[in-house]
Design a protein around this ligand. Structure first.
Ligand SMILES: Nc1ncnc2c1ncn2[C@@H]1O[C@H](COP(=O)(O)OP(=O)(O)OP(=O)(O)O)[C@@H](O)[C@H]1O
Ligand SMILES: [Mg+2]
Length: 293
């Protein structure tokens, strides 16, 4: 996107967030893989702004709602929200700028705070709004039964998208169908529906001014807390201190190791759908652990 265009959108966003001062600096930063991200400085404050040229319906709205629900738990820190737009060609999300240096306590605090977040429960699993995982649609519903939600709305929905994309077919498809039929062997029916980050990998937390961790870029839903922890382990990057601190506050259940690969499978299927066959082997390895034809 052209800087002029970005500056115009930044002005709109800042005004709706009630900063009427002048923009002094805008510069691109190395962002995530999906959006263009910028540092914005005005006379009054510093901001983080991200843009997407063709954001799908309610894309940044759903991120803004997730950030609000996480913040309302008063557990883990979340950047303050200023404004969003999902208008075609001018969609953006504007947040408070967070910057700081990691201390030796940062990851332990993150572990404790994530455990505290996970001790905040909703009434049902899932979510009332459809959301996104990356750019992929994540249809949602609120359901009392975790197994049913995870089967239909998580694995099932990625399977459906994979069939449409042509990346799930043949033996992979037949095995995945069989796995879904037998999912009750490993995935619990009734667990408490925790507030989840939903896209909890090491690129989605940052460090604030006092060395405290902030989580960003959620794909919010209510569900089994072990989903967030399973995804944190998939691509790595979290220290031993993180897991120790988490377990001190809210120990993982005995079924964690058995269910972990199935929760990781959801994210791997999403990666298969987004980035293609590079993720095929990891998907197949997990499916093969649980079923044979
Ligand atoms: N409020 C903030 N202040 C400073 N830096 C931030 C802030 N929010 C995010 N960042 C940085 O920008 C990067 C990209 O942000 P974010 O994860 O929201 O973008 P994305 O394109 O949606 O990412 P992804 O590839 O994970 O989907 C983050 O990894 C983080 O380093
Ligand atoms: Mg991110």
């Amino acid at each position: 996107m052209k800087l002029e265009h970005i500056e115009r959108l930044a002005t709109l966003g800042l005004q709706s967030g009630r900063d009427y001062s002048h923009i002094r600096e805008i510069k691109p930063i190395r962002g995530g893989s999906i959006n263009e991200a910028f540092y914005v400085r005005t006379d009054d404050a510093e901001y983080f702004m991200k843009f997407h040229k063709n954001a799908p319906k309610d894309f940044f709205k759903s991120e803004a709602i997730g950030l609000r629900l996480l913040k309302e738990t008063n557990t883990v820190s979340v950047p303050n929200y200023l404004a969003y737009s999902d208008q075609e060609g001018q969609s953006f999300l504007l947040l408070e700028w967070i910057e700081g240096t990691k201390t030796e306590d940062t990851e332990a605090i993150l572990g404790r705070k994530m455990a505290e977040l996970h001790k905040c429960f909703g009434r049902m699993h899932g979510f009332r709004n459809d959301t996104y995982i990356g750019l992929l649609p994540q249809p949602n519903k609120l359901m009392p039964n975790w197994l049913q939600y995870f089967r239909e709305y998580r694995l099932g929905s990625q399977m459906k998208q994979g069939i449409e994309n042509g990346v799930i077919k043949g033996a992979r498809l037949r095995k995945l169908e069989k796995l879904l039929e037998q999912l009750d062997k490993w995935v619990p029916t009734f667990v408490e529906p925790s507030h989840l980050h939903g896209d909890f990998y090491s690129g989605n937390w940052i460090v604030g001014p006092a060395g405290e961790p902030f989580i960003v870029d959620p794909s919010f839903f209510y569900g089994d807390r072990q989903v967030d922890i399973a995804f944190s382990e998939l691509f790595g990057g979290f220290s031993k201190q993180f897991y120790e601190a988490y377990n001190e506050v809210f120990p993982l259940r005995d079924d964690y190791e058995d269910v972990k690969p199935l929760y990781q499978l959801y994210y791997l299927l999403a990666h298969l759908n987004l980035f293609g066959e590079t993720y095929g082997k990891q998907v197949d390895d997990i499916i093969n652990r649980y079923v044979t034809l």
